[in-house]
Design a protein around this ligand. Structure first.
Ligand SMILES: NC(=O)c1ccc[n+]([C@@H]2O[C@H](COP(=O)([O-])OP(=O)(O)OC[C@H]3O[C@@H](n4cnc5c(N)ncnc54)[C@H](O)[C@@H]3O)[C@@H](O)[C@H]2O)c1
Length: 408
């Protein structure tokens, strides 16, 4: 924790805060091979007697959903909000009772000036801001929940993991698919050996074309959508990716491609195919119906093993609705609105993070080690697609997991 960042409003002294956080055994399971090991210590990071004070940065499409989860979560106080857009700040501030003096347009001001002081921060801002904001929060001794991607470069991701590990602070990337009930069931079956040895994994994610203008100049689709499927493949196989070949297409004239397909070779022989596109037309069945955010995530996953096959299609949920203007199949797994509260995988991953901060226990589900590995794979995909050749990855060891750009 940096001594240069002090917060006169914190009710806890730096010494106490240090005691609250630095004994977390976080990272022992996932980073033992690569980063300094944090000592095991007391179980309670903030104690059970008061609510966890959380700040939330980014009140856009997804930040509003996080706000809705945090505002209703037992044991949590949505203490402060941050967004440069005054209207978004006011709307969420009024809705969730966050007082005007705890609404900030600058991220570091929220970290330094929230009253009472924050225990944790949720970062749901545009992808290129993640690394710098997470670093600022970790430096100030705050636990960090960071929407995906962890960062937009492996170098930034490596620095973040080192900072979290060094400070003994929970850092969790928003890979909510690990908390989806159907994918958790699949993971259980894979681990139990039901499918035998995994041979191929195929993931498709075709999302609404109407959303692309909001993202197409700010993040490569590999960091925006494919990163979910890369994380699923790492999680399901438990293997490393050693080779990547990728192609992309640019149909919209924006900075980043709107189509990218990659072939991933995993250690042990499993082959992954990830396909992302931002081309689902306006008349596609809507499965995202979250207030300001309406459209389609047409996602599929197929896993073929030596003893069995598993298949999941997101648009094959049970409920369908037709009207003169609407064709909808509301998704019930990711962030359903249940009687005015957000449930599903989003709520489960937030609860998991809150529990980690409260207890100081390491995660058995989230893996920042694999989040970082995903960034290496993403970079290899981007390089391969741009340069038209296969890219090899070294097996992770220390922080030297760098793509080898030699042609093959
Ligand atoms: N896990 C998922 O399924 C999922 C789904 C959607 C989005 N996301 C992620 O959530 C994050 C936000 O995406 P979005 O779709 O909500 O984007 P968005 O553009 O709708 O919202 C971003 C918000 O951040 C605000 N912002 C910009 N600069 C800021 C700063 N310096 N400090 C604080 N706030 C700032 C913007 O004003 C805006 O309100 C991204 O990382 C995205 O990848 C994840």
């Amino acid at each position: 924790m940096s001594a240069s960042h002090t917060n006169g409003n914190r009710p806890t002294s730096p010494k106490l805060r240090s005691a609250l956080f630095t004994l977390s055994p976080f990272a022992v399971s996932h980073f033992a091979a690569t980063l300094p090991i944090v000592e095991e210590g007391t179980l309670s990071a903030i104690g059970d007697n008061r609510r966890l004070r959380v700040g939330l940065a980014g009140l856009g499409r997804f930040g509003k959903l996080h706000a809705a989860v945090l505002a209703h979560l037992p044991g949590v106080e949505l203490t402060a909000l941050c967004d440069p857009l005054a209207a978004a700040l006011e709307e969420s501030g009024e809705r969730y009772g966050v007082p005007a003096n705890n609404r900030f347009t600058e991220f570091v001001t929220m970290l330094d000036d929230s009253v009472p002081a924050l225990d944790a921060v949720f970062i749901v801002t545009p992808e290129p801001l993640h690394a710098e904001q997470a670093h600022a929060a970790l430096e100030r001794g705050l636990a960090v929940f960071l929407e995906k991607p962890l960062a937009t470069s492996p170098e930034d991701g490596t620095r973040l993991l080192a900072a979290a590990s060094g400070a003994g602070l929970p850092l969790q990337t928003g890979f909510l698919l690990r908390f989806d009930v159907q994918l958790a069931a699949l993971k259980h079956q894979v681990d139990a050996g039901t499918l035998g040895e995994l041979v191929t994994l195929r993931a498709k994610r075709n999302v609404s074309r109407a959303w692309f203008p909001a993202y197409g100049d700010r993040a490569h689709p590999v960091h925006e959508t494919t990163i979910h499927d890369i994380d699923l493949f790492l999680w399901l196989t438990g293997r490393h990716c050693e080779r990547v070949y990728a192609v992309e297409r640019r149909l919209s004239g924006l900075r980043y491609p709107d189509v990218c397909v990659a072939l991933l070779h995993f250690t042990g022989g499993a082959i992954g195919i990830v396909e992302t596109s931002w081309l689902a037309p306006a008349a596609s069945p809507a499965n995202v119906m979250a207030g300001t955010w309406h459209g389609t995530i047409d996602a599929e996953l197929e896993v073929v093993g030596t003893a069995g096959t598993a298949r999941l299609r997101m648009l094959e949920g049970g409920l369908s609705i037709w009207t003169d203007k609407l064709l909808a199949q509301p998704d019930a797994g990711l962030w359903p609105d249940v009687h005015g509260q957000i449930g599903g995988a989003l709520r489960a991953e937030v609860e998991h993070f809150v529990d980690r901060v409260r207890t100081g226990q390491p995660s058995t589900v989230a893996s920042e080690h694999q989040a970082l590995e995903g960034l290496h794979i993403a970079e290899a995909i981007i390089t391969s697609a741009a340069e038209g050749h296969e890219v090899r990855l070294e097996e992770p060891s220390g922080t030297a997991h760098q793509p080898d750009r030699n042609r093959h």
